[in-house]
Design a protein around this ligand. Structure first.
Ligand code: GTQ
Length: 365
């Protein structure tokens, strides 16, 4: 094949990506590339620097979802489809840099799930793990592996991998929570399975509060064997989390980058509460401005209480209760609180740590 215009064009594009490649010589290689392609072979030198980047190159961008703007869509979805028909009535928070991909970051899923009084989201199980962070409503439940927990705003509730779970609302008001799932990580590895339960709900065989009694008091049943890497604590209630942050702030100085930031832990091993999703609750006192910080884990932030603003890269977002925003990998961010602010955060940091990927950079250090 003789080098034609398109070959030159392609070569020109390549020259922009890999400056060391000679443009004229590249045009002469097009025939070779064509024949190689027919044998399912591709030259690495044409893609190397796009594959092995000199720094994180997230397609995900800084973004915010204001709850006041999102909530009407959740309510409208309730008019249009039942939980029964939808299986899970969830509006996915899609990163504007990743439209149509059901991703809030490249590795994380986020969605707002709404369940109306009397509705049941039927039982199923899947390899993907889920976290539920409760936004509004009272006394709706999730049942996992035969035990129910009633959910209150600010509670952090875990659905471990491959456990049967259904959700129900026996209260008289809608309940909304944020779902955080790791299915994109599962799918990257092609490790996904799911199964629907034959009945609507899985039978209950443990009393409410069982997990809390077994694991929620800095005590564990002697000789208990833990096969799962997920925390045996089912629900980390907001009341206790808030109290811990409050008491901490009374005697410790705020950290320059994190203010007061506590990680949720698995009492069995002291590690992260979930094997694929790191979770924290952060308290930023009124008037405090966190120093600029970046890390390789893109993170999802949900405001529980208070107001403030966050500078994420070149953008500034003003936020209040229930607003959700995202900081992409390696994009520096800082927060200012205009009233005492409490923010729930999740990311894939735990995965990156296990794989020796994770890095952070604190401005001024
Ligand atoms: O509640 O089981 O947002 O399976 C996405 C997938 C929620 C759930 C989601 C799910 C669920």
């Amino acid at each position: 094949m003789k080098p034609d215009n398109s070959a030159h064009r392609e070569a020109g594009v390549l020259a922009g990506i890999v400056p060391s490649v000679n443009l004229a010589a590249e045009a002469g290689r097009m025939d070779f590339y064509e024949r190689a392609r027919s044998r399912n072979l591709a030259p690495l030198w044409r893609v190397l620097h796009g594959l092995v980047t000199d720094r994180p190159a997230p397609r995900c961008v800084p973004a915010m979802w204001r709850y006041a703007e999102v909530r009407p869509y959740l309510m409208e979805a309730c008019q249009l489809i039942s939980t029964g028909e939808a299986e899970r009535r969830v509006m996915v928070l899609e990163n504007p840099g990743l439209p149509g991909e059901s991703r809030i970051t490249q590795s994380l899923f986020a969605g707002l799930q709404i369940i109306l009084p009397g509705e049941i989201a039927p039982a199923h199980k899947h390899v993907a793990s889920a976290l539920r962070f409760i936004i509004e409503g009272h006394k709706a439940y999730t049942a996992v592996a035969g035990e129910r927990t009633m959910m209150e705003p600010g509670d952090f509730v875990i659905t471990p991998s491959m456990t049967w779970h259904d959700h129900g609302n026996e209260s008289d008001a809608p309940m909304v929570w944020l779902d955080g799932l790791d299915m994109h990580i599962v799918n990257l590895m092609c490790a996904s399975f799911r199964e629907g339960y034959p009945g609507k709900v899985h039978p209950l065989d443990r009393p409410e509060g069982a997990a809390m009694a077994e694991a929620g008091h800095n005590l564990l049943p002697v000789d208990q064997v833990y096969a799962s890497q997920t925390s045996p604590i089912f629900n980390y209630p907001y009341k206790r989390t808030r109290e811990a942050l409050d008491q901490l702030a009374r005697f410790r100085a705020a950290d320059a980058w994190h203010a007061y930031k506590m990680k949720y832990i698995n009492p069995v091993n002291g590690g992260w509460a979930m094997p694929t999703l790191s979770t924290w609750m952060q308290l930023i006192p009124r008037g405090f401005n966190t120093a600029s910080y970046r890390s390789t884990d893109s993170a999802v932030f949900t405001v529980v209480e208070g107001t403030g603003s966050s500078k994420i890269g070149a953008e500034t977002f003003d936020w209040g209760p229930h607003d959700i925003f995202v900081a992409p990998s390696w994009v520096a961010h800082e927060h200012t609180a205009s009233s005492d602010a409490v923010v729930f955060i999740y990311s894939d940091r735990v995965v990156q740590e296990k794989l020796d990927f994770w890095r952070e950079e604190k401005a001024g250090v």
